[in-house]
Ligand binder design. Structure first.
Ligand SMILES: Cc1cc2nc3c(=O)[nH]c(=O)nc-3n(C[C@H](O)[C@H](O)[C@H](O)COP(=O)(O)OP(=O)(O)OC[C@H]3O[C@@H](n4cnc5c(N)ncnc54)[C@H](O)[C@@H]3O)c2cc1C
Length: 383
């Protein structure tokens, strides 16, 4: 698959499967199994996996374009897809000792039949996902894990979970290891419903691991090497992907606002809202400027990821922080411009406004990113 073919497929799925049901799924808090099936059939689940396991071997540029396209129609599905891409990337980066055991799972992903996700955040350390409070215990040739994972996108729908836990002999708070737990692992259960303010259709429920047995074959990183994998494999793609979700939301907010300004009318003046009020046109223009600014920022981050240099990690941190602010700003403007029609939920901008807030809450949160950037600029240690 080429870059253009992947983006075309995403666009086709967005208009045929996602757009018609995004509003209803949001209202009902319903996970779209049809969307995951369509994405699987299209070959996009294996987008970044090597060709040898049936993937397309494409890079962050295509990932961001596909995610922004999906998010423009339904940000919940785009986030499900992003968390899968991250799970798949972490599985594909497995240490040599696990490579043979996970090969079958990678092939299932490449064939579009396996959805994965990340289960990092824990009730004990909240948004500080880099410091799990659970600890894996040695058992036979593997480990046993008990943990309260506080939010897991696609909970109950994913076929596997990439799980973090402190290494059995880890000394410090970031000495974690990553493991792969198939959904059918005994002791793994969804621990509650998902009824979020935004991204309501992505099943981000808590998960409980109750003495789950994990054979050494499914230990993805060396003991204590979970943290570098989080930083090097997951963080750059996660920050890029959430920025792409934010971009899709911004684009949809601009389109929804344009449509309202053209169709809603002051009948007593014989004009549409857009024709009548320069103040609304100016606010719409600001939304467009901010959306295009985010798009340029995403392109810049992609350039950095394709050709890393000393400012790359700074750009990784900045882009998610800026994207969260942009999406909240653009959708807030859309709410204001569209007035009562948005407030009374007649327009999709209300869903976009709620979805936009998830990016700032998802870890690393906007606050944490700004804290890291400030520390980095002052030459202070980040952790
Ligand atoms: C829709 C959705 C999907 C999610 N999916 C997943 C998933 O698939 N896998 C997963 O592992 N997790 C997932 N999460 C969890 C997410 O990544 C965060 O861990 C979680 O939202 C943070 O929860 P909290 O507000 O309780 O964090 P808290 O740590 O209680 O944060 C509270 C506030 O304190 C601020 N804060 C915290 N630490 C600092 C600091 N050092 N400096 C400055 N400010 C700080 C935060 O920014 C926030 O404003 C998901 C969350 C959401 C909303």
């Amino acid at each position: 698959m080429t870059h253009d073919a992947a983006v075309l497929k995403a666009g086709e799925i967005a208009s045929r499967v996602l757009a018609p049901s995004a509003g209803q799924n949001d209202k009902a808090g319903r996970f779209s199994t049809e969307a995951v099936e369509a994405i699987g059939v299209s070959g996009l689940l294996g987008l970044m996996l090597p060709v040898e396991v049936g993937g397309s071997g494409l890079g962050p540029r295509t990932m961001a374009a596909v995610i922004a396209t999906l998010a423009e129609a339904d940000a919940s599905v785009a986030m499900v897809y992003l968390m899968h891409i991250l799970g798949a990337a972490t599985i594909a980066a497995a240490r040599p000792g696990a490579a043979h055991a996970v090969a079958a799972i990678l092939q299932e992903i490449g064939a579009g039949r396996h959805l994965s996700t990340l289960a990092f955040s824990e009730a004990g350390s909240r948004s500080h996902f880099w410091a799990p409070t659970s600890r894996a215990l040695r058992s036979g040739n593997g480990v046993r894990i008990s943990a309260k994972k506080s939010w897991v996108t696609s909970a109950g729908h994913a076929h596997s979970y990439v799980v973090s836990s402190l290494a059995p002999e880890g000394q410090g708070p970031t000495d974690s290891t990553l493991y792969l737990l198939p959904a059918k692992t005994r002791g793994l259960s969804v621990a509650g419903p998902w009824d979020g303010m935004g991204l309501r259709a992505n099943a981000s429920s808590p998960i409980t691991l109750d003495d789950c047995e994990v054979p050494s074959d499914f230990q993805l990183t060396d003991d204590g090497a979970g943290f570098p994998a989080m930083l090097n494999v997951v963080l750059p793609l996660f920050n890029l992907g959430t920025a792409a979700v934010a971009l899709g939301i911004c684009r949809a907010a601009v389109a929804g606002t344009v449509s309202h300004l053209k169709s809603a009318r002051f009948e007593h003046l014989g004009q549409s809202l857009g024709e009548s009020l320069p103040t609304l046109r100016a606010q719409l223009a600001a939304m467009q400027i901010d959306s295009d600014g985010l798009s340029a920022r995403i392109d810049d981050l992609i350039d950095h990821l394709e050709k890393p240099h000393e400012t790359t990690m700074l750009r990784v941190l900045e882009t998610k922080a800026a994207a969260g602010d942009a999406a909240i700003g653009v959708t807030s403007a859309a709410m204001r411009i569209c007035g009562g029609a948005a407030f009374s939920k007649q327009l999709n901008v209300e869903r976009l406004f709620r979805d936009a807030h998830a990016g700032a809450v998802m870890a690393p949160t906007g606050d944490v990113l700004r804290e890291f950037i400030g520390k980095a600029l002052l030459g202070m240690p980040l952790f």
